[in-house]
Design a protein around this ligand. Structure first.
Ligand code: GCU
Length: 410
């Protein structure tokens, strides 16, 4: 049987995974059984609070003042199929502190498209300029060497964003660089939006009950606030998406903000859709303890750092995080070559959330076995195992768009 240790050797053998039992999603935090949507909703806040305390950290409040300024607009972007708009979001406090983020928006301009349009909302690694090679996209993100090195050249990630398909299917796309809310590094605290809400001495040592993931998720909600003011967008029809660490973030954003009607979770792995109790691929222990300055130190709360050793003792697991999204739609994707993210486990969490979705009469997954690669399954709760590596590509987007169409039909 596999035992976790440092230096880290990941387990990729199903036969070595120690047996575990997931907490019953229909048991309230106080132990009483849940038998109706009313009982589930009465318990929801307490469950959300457990996830805040143990894993993702507390939710920031709203800033004293928020302003939106259009920095740039182009009417014939994406080969004439989209209006591209770049909006500066400025958050300020009465104490004089302020912080800015730049949102890049593509709105379908096709004559047949109905307006206002639904919108996919997400964060990108690097900066806004990597998702398209349009030279008018303002360069965002950070440049310092202390921040994790990804390719930040303009257009470096166009394969992840099939903009024309978004426009053809009449979906808007809104993105921000995650660095705009919290630069992705241990040193990111001080350059993040947190100084708006904390005094200088609250940073040393860093706040134990906060995390980068909760700040990124908060940023997604602030983007949605801004989208509510954009006339061509129907912000009551918003989906949130994210890949990898941003897939973990999308899940958390969907649990915290019920305005998101669909949550698209891509290759989110450990701390995302993969069960904490299943010791396969990356684990919480590996994430938090493997390196002195590993990302577990700031992606999650300090409680997580302490609790990661014995996930079986945690009162929660990730299928309950998915349940917190109910009755809204959720689409979980994995990739065959991304065993680090534990595809089988990602499916397992989705499959174990249904008791809550069933309370709402939603269509749930019925097979305990994940589907074969390249065979998407489900509607209100959907799953797709893509053939290939850790990435988010056109075929993922086609499934997310189908899930969104389904969710919007009600
Ligand atoms: C690392 C990390 C994962 C994370 C991924 C990413 O692989 O271990 O937890 O999801 O980076 O965000 O790219």
């Amino acid at each position: 049987m596999y035992v976790q240790q440092i230096p880290w050797v990941a387990n990729y053998d199903e036969n070595e995974v120690p047996p575990f039992v997931l907490p019953d999603p229909l048991k309230a935090v106080d132990g009483t059984p849940i038998t109706s949507t009313a009982e589930w909703e009465a318990n929801r806040a307490a469950l959300l609070e457990q996830f805040r305390k143990i894993m993702y950290g507390r939710r920031l409040p709203l800033p004293d003042k928020v302003t939106y300024k259009v920095l740039h607009e182009k009417k014939n972007a994406v080969d004439g199929t989209a209006v591209m708009r770049q909006i500066e979001l400025e958050f300020s406090m009465n104490n004089g502190r302020s912080h800015k983020a730049v949102m890049l928006l593509f709105i379908p301009s096709g004559a047949n498209g109905e307006k206002p349009v639904p919108v996919f909302t997400g964060l990108t690694f690097h900066g806004n300029h990597v998702i398209s090679d349009d030279p008018d996209i303002i360069v965002t993100g950070v440049t310092g060497e202390e921040f994790r090195s990804f390719d930040r050249t303009p257009g470096a990630q166009t394969r992840r964003f099939p903009l024309k398909e978004f426009m053809e299917r009449n979906f808007a796309l809104a993105i921000c660089s995650y660095h705009d809310f919290f630069p992705d590094a241990c040193a990111g605290w001080k350059k993040s939006i947190l100084p708006l809400f904390l005094s200088d001495d609250e940073f040393d040592p860093r706040p134990e009950d906060m995390s980068a993931i909760s700040v990124w998720a908060w940023g997604l909600s602030r983007m949605l606030d801004c989208l509510e003011t954009v006339p061509e967008i129907d912000a009551s029809k918003a989906a949130v998406f994210g890949h990898s660490r941003l897939g973990k973030t999308a899940l958390w954003a969907g649990a915290e903000d019920t305005r998101f009607k669909l949550v698209c979770v891509n290759d989110s792995g450990c701390g995302g859709a993969a069960p904490n109790r299943r010791l396969y691929g990356e684990t919480l222990f590996c994430m938090c303890r493997q390196k002195e300055d590993g990302f577990g130190h700031y992606w999650f709360t300090h409680t997580m750092y302490k609790d990661c050793e014995a996930p079986e003792k945690l009162p929660i697991d990730q299928h309950q995080l998915i349940a917190l999204i109910a009755p809204r739609a959720v689409a979980v994707h994995s990739a065959t070559e991304d065993q680090w993210a534990d595809p089988r486990g990602e499916y397992m969490s989705l499959y174990n959330a249904p008791p809550v979705y069933a309370l709402y009469g939603k269509e749930v997954l019925t097979s305990a076995e994940p589907p074969a690669p390249e065979v998407p399954v489900g509607t209100d709760m959907s799953y797709y195992l893509r053939e290939g590596k850790h990435d988010m590509v056109v075929s993922d987007w086609r499934c997310y768009m189908d899930a969104f169409d389904h969710a919007l039909k009600g």
